[in-house]
Design a protein around this ligand. Structure first.
Ligand code: NAD
Ligand code: 3PG
Length: 585
């Protein structure tokens, strides 16, 4: 099972929306209609659109209603998706923006049963707060074995000779091959599959070089492989094997220019992605003899059109995207993706998340109460804002005795953003989309670390959230520099509000909070408590912070229920009370 901890608020999207407000400068308002009753019979629904190993299906069925519907048209997929909490695909399903749009907020996780996520629109997934997980390891060996199978089959014309003998011919001279031993193989992309191909090619007696700007040289050296530049790799190789992801940088990396730099008679294997090769350029290179042979498992358009010239080319060995298709790999991938999807639906952070930060389990455990604190501080701070200037500058300070690199604040920042934006908008926010939503709304979040002396037993001593350039509906919440400022700590595991503006308070952040500024005088607590008591509003906490005896004080009152307007008015009418505000947590 993927390393995880239940923190459902981080991924949860099952909330309903409050009224959009003018507090934020809204550049583009997305209205997400959230389906809170997201399951039938209490279980979530998972749509599987391509054949998945039975072991994975069995796992999914223990937890969810599983709808295996293959070969759906885009329209059918978009119709079904609004009834699904998760979607599991392989490389054959395009999960574009329209799918996320059609899900209307219900889709919480897309599981890719395999490595390549180029068929999933990650930007749209992130924008819609949908987690994308993949199964990055279970098909590595299968893909590497297929790469080697294609390499050897190509070198010895196995497919062509097989077709010939089946056609009744006995053609021995035509299918004389080339040997691999002593030849140079350039592996482009020295990741999981590339390094396994390199290891196997070494075993075949090949001289292996590799190009990968992100791979450490010692990892290559350890298996007798030399890390070289792209130019050296492609210009010295007898064979080139592609193991790159399809990205903007690798798209059509093999093109007229790069083919012209290769040794005449080079042979190319592609089990990565079709789009890494400019297929028209490869045809030209095959016809001109620059490329002697190619072995292709993947194509720009899959399946390729019926009379695809590359597939039909005499010097091309082709397979229909079979790299991951072994019994073993498919069972492994199915289990890997099923566990990740179930974990994500349970609100856990998956170790194979593609569009969310991966936070180790120990860090999650330790930060859990601070995650709640961060969200509540954001929620309090934004409710103190008034006026039309909009929230655009938020500063979060983490005071800690830990070394700066010993504190992962990504979760905390995400939760401050969630607290800030959710109460006044129509979007839901989680770890996946928090930064995106903040940016979209023009909210600049800056983070500051304050290193304290002392023992680093607690990860954080206190968190402060400040909102600059705004007016406050509770003037006492303003700091010396005019920012709204709230500060909180975790006390015995309970998130607590400890400062509002310049006033120290002490109220646990549960239920709701009433803040009153008053002239410091005896009997105030009793007066407010009796007004609340008359209306059966349970007071969970009260604390008073004052500047000096007899001067102004801020009283923070924790209440379990929301008092009626009349009750709040009665509190406001107490002569010594100068201002007050009710804040929902
Ligand atoms: N045919 C199949 O069925 C099949 C099966 C598995 C994987 N794949 C594909 O194979 C490819 C590799 O998979 P993987 O699991 O090894 O992924 P990986 O992420 O482990 O490895 C990819 C490597 O490519 C490197 N890379 C990225 N950009 C590069 C560039 N511009 N130049 C050189 N190197 C670059 C990365 O640093 C990384 O080391 C992916 O495209 C994947 O989708 C295909
Ligand atoms: O990226 C991958 O994992 C492979 O291309 C496998 O794709 P498939 O799941 O469609 O076989």
């Amino acid at each position: 099972m993927a390393t995880s901890l239940n923190l459902s608020s981080i991924f949860s999207s099952s909330r309903l929306v409050t009224t959009p407000s003018s507090v934020f400068p809204i550049r583009q308002r997305r209205r997400i209609i959230l389906v809170t009753s997201s399951s039938s019979g209490g279980k979530p629904t998972i749509l599987v659109t391509e054949k998945l190993g039975q072991a994975g299906i069995d796992l999914l069925k223990k937890y969810a209603n599983v709808d295996c519907s293959y070969d759906l048209s885009l329209e059918e997929l978009c119709t079904k998706i609004s009834l699904c909490d998760a979607l599991i695909v392989r490389s054959g399903t395009k999960v574009g923006r329209d799918v996320f749009e059609s899900s209307r907020g219900r889709l919480k996780v897309v599981g890719r049963a395999g490595v390549g996520i180029d068929n999933v629109d990650l930007a749209a997934a992130t924008e819609y707060g949908c987690l994308v997980v993949n199964a990055p390891t279970a098909n590595t060996v299968a893909a590497a074995e297929h790469g080697i199978a294609l390499l050897t089959a190509m070198a010895r014309n196995i497919a062509q000779a097989d077709a010939s003998i089946k056609a009744g011919k006995w053609t021995r001279n035509k299918y004389v091959g080339v040997s691999l031993v002593g030849k140079t193989l350039a592996v482009l992309g020295f990741g999981k599959v590339g390094s396994e191909v390199a290891r196997r090619a070494r075993g075949l007696g090949m001289h292996v070089i590799t190009h990968d700007p992100y791979a450490p040289a010692d990892r290559a050296r350890a298996i007798g492989v030399e890390l070289v530049s792209f130019e050296v790799a492609i210009s010295t190789a007898d064979f080139i094997s592609l193991h790159l992801p399809l990205t903007a940088a690798t798209s059509k990396m093999m093109n007229d220019v790069t083919f012209s730099m290769m040794k005449k008679g080079v042979r190319i294997v592609n089990v990565a992605r079709g789009g890494v090769i400019d297929e028209e350029a490869l045809l030209r290179a095959l016809d001109s003899g620059i490329v002697a042979q190619a072995a292709l498992d993947v194509f720009t358009v899959e399946p390729p059109v019926k009379d695809n010239k590359l597939v039909l080319h005499e010097s091309v060995t082709a397979t229909p995207h079979l790299g991951a298709s072994t019994m073993e790999a498919q069972e492994g991938v199915a289990i890997e993706v099923a566990e990740a999807v179930i974990g994500a639906l349970r609100g856990e952070l998956a170790a194979t998340a593609v569009n969310a930060p991966m936070v180790p389990l120990e860090v999650l455990r330790e930060l859990k109460p601070y995650v709640v604190l961060a969200e509540k501080l954001g929620r309090l701070a934004v409710q103190l804002v008034t006026g039309g200037s909009g929230v655009n500058a938020v500063k979060v300070t983490y005071a800690s005795s830990r070394a700066p690199d010993d504190l992962d604040t990504r979760l905390l920042r995400a939760m401050v953003i969630k607290g800030l934006i959710e109460p006044i908008s129509s979007v839901f926010i989680n770890l996946v989309n928090s930064d995106y939503i903040a940016k979209q709304r023009g909210v600049k979040i800056s983070e500051e670390r304050m290193v304290l002396d002392g023992s680093p037993e607690n990860p954080i001593e206190y968190i402060t959230v400040r909102i600059a350039n705004v007016e406050s509906r509770f003037a006492s919440a303003l700091s010396e520099s005019g920012e709204i400022k709230v500060e909180g700590r975790v006390k015995q595991g309970i998130p607590s509000l400890t400062k509002v503006g310049l006033f120290g308070v002490d109220v646990s952040l549960e239920g709701s909070v009433i803040l009153c500024r008053q002239v410091d005088q005896p009997g105030m607590i009793g007066k407010v408590a009796s007004i609340l008591g008359d209306e059966n509003v349970n007071v969970s906490f009260m604390s008073v912070g004052r500047i000096a005896p007899g001067k102004q004080a801020v009283m923070a009152i924790g209440v379990d229920e929301q008092p009626s307007k009349e009750t709040l008015k009665k509190i406001g009418d107490i002569p010594a009370i100068e201002e007050f505000v009710f804040l929902k947590l």
